[in-house]
Design a protein. Structure first.
Lengths: 252, 157
């Protein structure tokens, strides 16, 4: 945050471009879209830049100066993609000055958008909905709903201590499977697979893999591989949590 | 398909997409729209699957249809198409086979894990290719329209 405050006072075009690209990559936009946005914004400021974006880093070159940004944590956030995109369109259309664009980008910040309660409800609905798709009935639906709300209550607390998604995924998988097995043992549900799959669906990030393949189709091979790798790791960590729980409590 | 499966599919896909869109912070204005797109798209997938088509074909065609709908919506509301896709494609993701594949891998059943894993990855690839084809088609339409606009007004030069 300190660095940001210093940059508030004196920044130039390259900082603006880097900031916009960084925000989009952190929110899970495709790399070709990020590069397109940087070029569009540069056109709006009548400068010509070169840029390379990866899911983990971004390079912007202008007038023999290169700025490198590291992308530390990535988390899908559609609202942020949308807002940065709006700012870039306005800048490209000469509707706002670079100064205005910079201020607007600063204002987007890290806001969560939906309240904590809505997110809990969201996780619960997601888990319950997917348990229906994977063969659950009313009982499984209700149990998944409960498990989902418990998970979304616990996981943000957990992520306060660590930024590693792998760890919270392992714990998430473990809690989901344990609660599902308990519900199964008490006779509340007749099959625990739909409940587990529903509960881990928001953690799996299968869409990350789709984004990776779309990146690869667009020619960004390295970005594509990086994203596919990330998605596979996340899925494996969820499965590890589920497996530990199942082998402890149900004897797979 | 029985009425019961249709209702369960619709409800599940809608709730699942709606819930996830709260988690990935989809803008309020498009939440309902993209959830409905995801729901109808998943019903279409389910219909194709019951009609006896191969799984990859089903994934490809339904992803293509959903992505085309997303492209149209994005152009109407003037928002980036990514945020529509990230929400509406969610029900198609083959979470079940991904989960089984990983579970079998940690259980040391490598052959089953490979089978399910390859199926899941092929399904994801089919979805991604469907989305990519849709975006290529959409870009083609935009280019053709632009060219026509440049050609139509005579005497502008």
């Amino acid at each position: 945050m300190k660095v940001q405050n210093q940059m508030d006072q004196n920044w130039d075009e390259i900082d603006l471009l880097c900031k916009a690209a960084q925000m989009m990559l952190e929110s899970g936009a495709e790399t070709y879209r990020v590069e397109e946005t940087v070029h569009r914004m540069a056109e709006g400021m009548d400068i010509s830049v070169d840029t390379v974006a990866f899911p983990t880093s971004i390079f912007v070159e202008w007038k023999e100066r290169t700025k490198v940004c590291r992308i530390d944590h990535r988390r899908t956030n559609c609202s942020r993609i949308d807002q940065v995109n709006t700012v870039s369109r306005k800048l490209a259309g000469h509707l706002i000055s670079p100064q205005n664009a910079w201020e607007q980008l600063q204002n987007i910040g890290e806001e969560e958008g939906y309240s904590r309660g809505t997110r809990i409800l969201g996780y619960a609905m997601c888990a319950a909905g997917f348990s229906l798709l994977f063969g659950g009935k009313l009982n499984e639906f209700l149990v998944s709903f409960l498990i989902g709300s418990i998970l979304q209550t616990l996981l943000p607390v957990l992520s306060r201590f660590t930024h590693t998604a792998l760890f919270s995924n392992i714990i998430g998988g473990f809690i989901t499977a344990t609660l599902a097995v308990i519900a199964y043992k008490t006779g509340a549900i007749s099959d625990f697979s739909p409940v587990i799959v529903g509960g881990i669906m928001p953690l799996l990030s299968g869409l990350l893999m789709t984004t990776g393949i779309r990146d690869a189709i667009n020619g960004d091979l390295i970005s594509g591989m990086a994203r596919i790798m990330e998605a596979a790791l996340l899925a494996a960590s969820v499965a590890l949590g589920v497996f530990v729980s199942l082998s402890l409590f149900s004897g797979v | 398909m029985t009425i019961e499966t249709i209702i369960l599919t619709l409800a599940g896909a809608f709730l699942g997409t709606l819930g996830l869109s709260f988690l990935i912070n989809t803008p309020r204005q498009i939440v309902m729209m993209s959830s409905a797109t995801g729901m109808i798209g998943y019903l279409f997938y389910k219909y194709l699957e019951t009609a006896g088509h191969g799984p990859l074909f089903c994934y490809f065609v339904s992803a293509l249809v959903i992505a085309l709908a997303c492209e149209a919506e994005a152009r109407i509301i003037k928002r980036p198409v990514t945020i529509f896709l990230l929400t509406a494609l969610v029900p198609l993701v083959p979470g079940y086979s991904l989960y089984w594949s990983m579970l079998e891998m940690v259980r040391n059943e490598t052959i089953h894990a490979a089978e399910d894993g390859v199926n899941a990855i092929l399904a994801i690839a089919a979805i991604a290719i469907g989305a990519a084809v849709a975006s290529i088609l959409a870009k083609m339409v935009t280019t053709i329209r632009k060219r026509r606009r440049q050609l139509t007004p005579p005497g502008m030069e």
